[in-house]
Ligand binder design. Structure first.
Ligand code: NOJ
Length: 541
């Protein structure tokens, strides 16, 4: 088994409540995912990351876990999960769990014990403080913009919570807690999971002295995150994962409101001794501008240690769908294809958010329809909240889009009768087929999986262009972010087109890049035959 499979893999991120319902209760579940395994194979997906499916009161969509060793009945049972692992593995698909180290649910037995008295043995497993004359211990705020200390009536002391008050933060300075938590990792590793996505992992350790954060314009949060001790814990975590060859990890490096490549990269250590990969949020905050993407991508590469593996994502269950971030919803189809080509040709492991392969956009959600408590709280500043990017998967144009035979827990996006898997599979030039063909091309060309990347100056601000090189194979990628035709003659003489997002294979003699077009080509002079799918039959490897 190749223990570095994750460096070449294409990951797919599922928000389980919204992927596929199997029992008609309107909520996606594990059996539903099992029934869709062939879908991953058809698309070419290698690994699936599941947002949390553990037992949870669901105050925060499952990111409030009350039992880390069980599956929430909404999603099925442990046996269902074992079956998923077995069937996925039989098809060569890996499964990555989402694990929340920073906090538990307030219904977790550890917290119930911890809150019961000041001298309970688990008291120190969470972050407690008596307060200052009845006032909160310091000025820390939650990531949901509220006071982060909650006074618990049992003992009258305050506990710290980075998110909702129902999500008390664990104390990672407590060795007993740490040992107990590491057993949770083992539990899933022993069962055969292939890795973990670690939720807000840069938040897990807080300043030992609980110092006030400085009051600055950008509310710099320096004492309740990014503490040096986090690196030691991740080193231990990596040693544990190394006991299970072929497992991997990706950490969410949470920074608001934008990414921080240096910080994200720092959690990879020397590239081999902490996290395997780290999510930097810079691309999530890019506007539709080739130079902005270039700068964000370049800074991330520069920040990585030499052995560090980059990874990219452009949408997720919190930030919503990339296509909805670019102002007026125009040319979405073309833009979706361009972003797909970018994600699948950059050097690094791509993570596709479910439905992005169709070009799904954020849904309009009325205040009444919002299910996410954070969305309710922040209305109308953030209309629709996180639910707008969590709508059910659009499989076909039947009632409820093939997602459920019942009433969906959250309404489908109103475009589901047009934008859905069935339609897009049938349309050779759909976003879905762009995604499938690009994954296929990526698998065929070592340069796209493993090659070095170099950015190319094209003389046009609207074009992002780069090469990927492996041994003597070189592939060029040009992405036209602009709504104008661009002339590529300065760098595409004698090229062989491997892929274009345009329905007709462009006449390369003219070297024109059409509005929002993305192309992949080689500089080989010899023309190779193109298959009907637009991918070369025999690429010059
Ligand atoms: C980040 C998760 O992605 C988000 O959905 C959640 O609310 C917070 N962490 C708290 O767990």
């Amino acid at each position: 088994m190749d223990k570095n499979w994750w460096k070449q893999a294409v990951f797919y991120h599922i928000y389980p409540k919204s992927f596929q319902d199997s029992d008609g209760d309107g909520i996606g579940d594990i059996r539903g995912i099992i029934s869709r395994l062939d879908y991953f194979t058809a698309l070419g997906i290698d690994a699936v990351w599941l947002s949390p499916i553990y037992r949870s009161p669901m105050v925060d969509g499952g990111y409030d876990i009350s039992d880390y060793r069980d599956i929430d009945p909404l999603f099925g049972t442990l046996d269902d999960f074992r079956e998923l692992l077995k069937q996925a593995h039989n098809k060569g698909i890996r499964i990555m769990m989402d694990l929340v180290m920073n906090h538990t649910s307030d219904r977790h037995p550890w917290f119930m014990e911890s809150r019961s008295s000041v001298d309970n043995p688990k008291r120190d497993w969470y972050i407690w403080h008596a307060g200052h004359n009845g006032k909160v211990p310091n000025n820390w705020r939650t990531n949901f913009f509220e006071r982060a200390w909650h006074r618990d009536e049992v003992t009258g002391h305050f506990y710290y919570h980075s998110f909702f008050k129902e999500q008390p933060d664990l104390n990672w300075r407590n060795e007993d807690m740490k040992r107990a938590f590491f057993e949770i990792f083992r539990f899933w590793l022993d069962m055969g999971v292939d890795g973990f996505r670690l939720d807000v992992v840069n938040l897990i350790v807080k300043d030992g002295l609980l110092r006030n954060n400085p009051i600055t314009l950008n509310h710099s949060k320096i004492y309740n995150r990014n503490q040096p001790e986090t690196y030691d814990i991740l080193r231990e975590f990596r040693i544990l994962l190394n006991e299970y060859p072929g497992t991997t990890s990706v950490g969410e490096i949470y920074v608001f409101p934008c990414g921080n490549p240096k910080l994200a990269a720092s959690f990879l250590g020397n590239g081999d001794d902490m996290l395997h990969m780290a999510f930097d949020f810079s691309l999530i905050f890019c506007t539709w501008n080739a130079r902005k993407y270039f700068r964000a991508i370049q800074s991330y590469y520069k920040a990585l240690p030499p052995a560090g593996q980059p990874c990219f994502f452009i949408s997720n269950h919190d930030a919503g769908r990339s296509l909805s971030r670019f102002g007026r919803v125009r040319h979405t189809h073309e833009k979706a294809k361009l972003l797909t080509v970018m994600l699948l040709t950059l050097k690094g492991t791509p993570f596709i958010y479910y439905g992005d392969e169709l070009g799904m956009t954020n849904a309009r959600i009325s205040r009444k329809q919002i299910r996410d408590p954070y969305g309710k709280k922040i209305w109308p500043i953030y209309r629709g909240g996180r639910d707008r990017g969590r709508t059910p998967m659009q499989w076909n144009d039947s009632e409820s889009g093939g997602f459920t035979s019942g009433e969906p827990w959250l309404s489908l996006h109103r475009d589901f009768r047009k934008v859905n898997v069935e339609n897009e599979i049938a349309d050779e030039y759909s976003v879905w087929n762009t995604c499938r063909k690009m994954i296929e091309l990526r698998k065929t060309l070592p340069s796209l999986q493993l090659g070095n990347i170099e950015f190319v100056e094209t003389g046009h601000n609207g074009i992002l262009a780069y090469t990927r090189t492996f041994d003597d194979q070189q592939v060029w990628i040009a992405l036209n972010f602009s709504s104008r035709k661009q002339n590529l003659s300065r760098f595409s003489q004698n090229c062989q087109l491997l892929f274009s997002t345009r329905p007709k294979i462009v006449d390369t003699g003219k070297n024109l890049l059409y509005p929002f077009e993305a192309v992949v080509f080689t500089k080989e002079a010899a023309l190779m035959p193109l298959s009907s799918s637009g991918i070369m039959k025999n690429p010059p490897i």
